[in-house]
Design a protein around this ligand. Structure first.
Ligand code: G3P
Ligand code: MG
Length: 230
């Protein structure tokens, strides 16, 4: 079962910061997940479209300049990172799930990635996901091969229509709604199942028993420990 550090290692460091991603990598997480927005012609790594919860700033992201945002404290003196910085950090080491948040993010993210792919570190080390399924269609239009994960809270009855249209790699679904039947159905249709956000030991074990392909966790160290004990 793949361990995907959620917003880096959110349980150990300020979420979506360099420190958080480094922490996940130190624990040995093979993948990390981050959330991104396209603001002022830069791709920045942050979960909310407002600043209060994770920084010392206030208000909406969308009316701020990049240099203003970079001047904020995103926790423990960390800056809001850029996608470029996370790509530098994880290159040839750790797979990256980039969750597209906010409008107009797909095109610049995919184009940035396309410039960064190398022979040794290509598309197979990336997963593009979003709850905004239109953004995923844009991503697929810009890159016919990049792995795509369709984010759902609860998988709808007709989910295969979209996963087939997108030629998706995975469905990324909430731990509250995952069932053995959904896992079996997704697997029968060639899809991986990644489940968020799985933090306690019992839940991690249950996901492993259910046969899910990976879990997002704020505590990647726990997922790795449970995995090793099986
Ligand atoms: O991608 C999995 C998970 O991160 C989705 O929810 O709100 O944490 O971005 P959220
Ligand atoms: Mg996310």
């Amino acid at each position: 079962m793949l361990c995907i550090g959620h917003r880096g290692a959110k349980g150990h460091a300020p979420e979506n910061t360099i420190r958080s991603v480094k922490k996940a990598m130190e624990f040995g997480a093979p993948w990390v997940e981050i959330d991104v927005y396209h603001i002022d012609d830069h791709i920045i790594v942050i979960h909310d479209d407002t600043l209060e919860r994770t920084t010392n700033g206030k208000g909406s992201l969308f009316d701020k300049s990049f240099s203003f945002l970079r001047g904020l404290d995103a926790g423990e003196g960390e800056k809001i990172p850029t996608l470029d910085e996370i790509l530098d950090l994880t290159f040839e080491k750790t797979g990256l799930n980039i969750e597209l948040k906010g409008p107009g993010t797909a095109d610049p993210v995919i184009k940035l990635l396309q410039k960064r792919f190398t022979r040794s570190w290509g598309r197979e080390n990336f997963l593009i996901s979003s709850f905004d399924h239109k953004s995923l269609s844009y991503a697929r239009a810009v890159d016919s091969e990049i792995p795509i994960g369709v984010l759902y809270e609860k998988v709808p009855e007709n989910y295969l229509t979209l996963t087939e249209k997108l030629n998706a790699y995975s469905v990324n679904i909430s731990g509250y709604f995952v069932t053995p039947d959904i896992v079996a159905d997704a697997h029968n249709n060639g899809l991986n199942v990644f489940v968020y956000t799985v933090n306690n030991h019992e839940d991690i074990k249950q996901m492993k028993k259910m046969g899910v392909d990976g879990v997002f966790s704020d505590f990647p160290d726990r997922v790795i420990a449970v995995d090793e004990s099986f």
